[in-house]
Design a protein around this ligand. Sequence first.
Ligand SMILES: [Zn+2]
Length: 225
Amino acid sequence: MVKVEARLDRSYFVRVGVVGGMFLFFGLIIASFGIKHHSLLAVAFAVVINLICAGLFWREYRLGPSVLDHDGVTRRDGARFSWTELIAIVDITHKTITSYTSIQFAGGEVRLFPLTLANAGEVVRFVERIRMKKQCSICTKLPHFCRAMQTHGREEQDTFLPLEAGKLKRIKDTEPGKTRSPELDQCPECGTYYLYEIEYEYLATGSEDEQKLTRLSDEEAAKYL
Ligand SMILES: [Zn+2]
């Protein structure tokens, strides 16, 4: 998975300028009314609504993503979150329209407002891929690494890979021509790659069959593709 930089669209700055300008304009009218009529309350009100408006924009800006890569995401305020700490990716909708996507981590939240981004398509596709992996019915049942072994004559001690390992699709042999070449497998649901290794050892005391399954990052899988 490549690195994606979330770039703010020019329309975002225009919107901030227009909405901010409107608040400032009405704030000034209310404040000048307050000064004229010696109403401290009106002046305070004008200042407070402008501070709230600025605060909301500042918060939305800082909670947004700046860089997304295969390890995690960096927020615009500099906070970094790892995908391993991802809890959920939730679309926050308002009257059936998605207002933003909340990417929730153990240590905080990243808010993705697609309408604010110049490269929204690229960023949304990246996040959707992460969401698919997070919710995948196959990969969620497979640990990062698993191993199983069967020994002839000691069947009661045999271990097996999770059933879901059988649902992976074989892509290619990583060392063609070699007997029992490690296999590059792929999840048919979310596209995650795995390395499947088989070993067989003949022993007089009971031959051993061993299988190992390791989840690969896209970069690791690229070496075999
Ligand atoms: Zn999967």
